[in-house]
Ligand binder design. Structure first.
Ligand SMILES: Nc1ncnc2c1ncn2[C@@H]1O[C@H](COP(=O)(O)OP(=O)(O)OP(=O)(O)O)[C@@H](O)[C@H]1O
Ligand SMILES: [Mg+2]
Length: 402
């Protein structure tokens, strides 16, 4: 962004990095340790006094976060207030101190601090305050919560997972929107396999014990695919049933919606215990349809299910790209039966699908010349809407959080 001031063009920098006013080396080591562990990539600038730190800001440093150690400060409230005035609204301000008193905490918040940590802070507490808004920001007019789009195949093996993974990839990589891809087929899901990644652990356990679910758990349980795409999946043993607590799904989706702009859920067909809770949270539902008689019957039955359990969601019908000998119903007959036109029709492209499977990559990455990529993009822009079709600037994303 450029500002014209006194006739000169001045460039305002995006907030980045951490400025720390620290009293001891231990604290600096811990801070650097967490930044390294969480792969945040922040540079840390350290000053011994608040005056020196504020001078750095006045000279043009624009940290995304200011750590302010108040132990020994004669006037902590005034210090926080001065830091807020000089740092501006976009800077996150985290105070540290030795005073364990709720009134003191409240005073600091009203003076402009975003958070207050008791010394010495745990690594977990530091990880939470250091979390990057660019990975978590969303602003979509829904109380700041992300969208939940549920993908269901009207029949088995018709490309529902392929479509879900492709859409998540396009949302993350082409629209640069923080996206979580969640595979709720805990035993036989193929999302992680499709992306050639280890599903990681923890999801099943957490879905059985909702008390485990919080921001820290989610960070640990998710696999980072790219800067904007995280995957949450499991590979539970077929011999072990997972007693999913619907309350856990509710909590999980809420936490994910706070952190990601889009949550793409690959939902197995059939009445899995999680289904009702997922549908209740869905903002969008994509039914991948096989144009067969059985496919028409099941699409209609799933439409009824969605009307009952996800009346708040927008429904999209997508014609599957997988070839089927059972594809007997004409397109117009199918659309008449469902009372709804296809939002997109995916081409049959076994070459690209095979190449994607062999490379362990999402279809859009290997199918750059295939019509299927254009069709998937069309679906994604129908989902995300024209307003989100362009990447937002990071500055905008940062502003939306604080
Ligand atoms: N457009 C396409 N053209 C050709 N083959 C495709 C296409 N899309 C997906 N496939 C292939 O179809 C097979 C099934 O795909 P996928 O696993 O996505 O289906 P699914 O509906 O999720 O299956 P399940 O019911 O087992 O979960 C895979 O081998 C995939 O590579
Ligand atoms: Mg599947």
């Amino acid at each position: 962004m450029s500002l014209v001031q006194n006739g000169a063009v001045e460039t305002r920098r995006e907030p980045e990095g951490v400025l720390a006013v620290l009293q001891d080396e231990t604290m600096l080591d811990r801070l650097n340790g967490v930044i390294h562990e969480q792969r945040l990539g922040d540079d840390v600038v350290v000053e011994a006094t608040l005056d020196a730190a504020l001078r750095r800001i006045r000279e043009g440093l624009a940290p995304r976060l200011l750590f302010l150690d108040l132990s020994g400060a004669a006037a902590p409230i005034a210090e926080v207030s001065a830091a807020r005035t000089v740092g501006g609204r976009d800077m996150k301000l985290v105070a540290l101190g030795n005073v364990n008193d709720v009134t003191h905490f409240r005073d600091l918040l009203s003076a402009g601090a975003n958070d207050y940590l008791l010394k010495p802070p745990s690594r977990e507490a530091l990880a939470v305050v250091l979390e990057k808004p660019a990975q978590t920001a969303n602003e979509n007019g829904d109380g700041g919560l992300g969208h939940v789009v549920v993908f269901i195949g009207s029949r088995g093996g018709i490309g529902a997972t392929t479509t879900a993974v492709s859409c998540a990839w396009l949302l993350a990589e082409e629209q640069h929107l923080p996206t979580a891809l969640v595979d709720l087929d805990l035993h036989f899901g193929t999302v992680a396999l499709t992306l050639d990644t280890d599903p990681g652990g923890g999801l099943c356990e957490a879905l059985e014990q909702p008390s485990r679910i919080d921001g820290i758990f989610i960070d640990a349980a998710m696999v980072k695919m790219t800067e904007h795409l995280r995957v949450l999946a499991a590979e539970a043993s077929p011999a072990e049933p997972v007693a999913v607590d619907p309350g856990a799904i509710d909590m999980l989706l809420y936490e994910l919606r706070r952190k990601f702009r889009w949550i793409v859920v690959d939902l197995p067909r059939g009445a899995v215990p999680a289904q009702r809770a997922v549908l209740a949270a869905a903002t969008h539902a994509v039914l991948v349809c096989e144009r067969s008689l059985a496919g028409l019957r099941d699409t209609i039955r799933l439409q009824t299910l969605l009307r009952e359990q996800a009346p708040q969601s927008s429904l999209f019908l997508v014609e599957a790209g997988t070839a089927s000998e059972r594809a007997l119903v004409s397109r117009s007959e199918f659309e008449k039966g469902t009372g709804k036109a296809f939002q997109a029709s995916l081409s049959y492209d076994p070459k690209s699908a095979g190449a994607a499977a062999n490379a362990g990559q999402p279809l859009p990455q290997v199918a750059s010349r295939s019509p299927v990529l254009r069709e998937l993009r069309q679906l994604v822009s129908a989902l995300a809407g024209p307003a989100e079709a362009k990447p937002k600037s990071r500055l905008f994303a940062l502003r939306s959080l604080w």
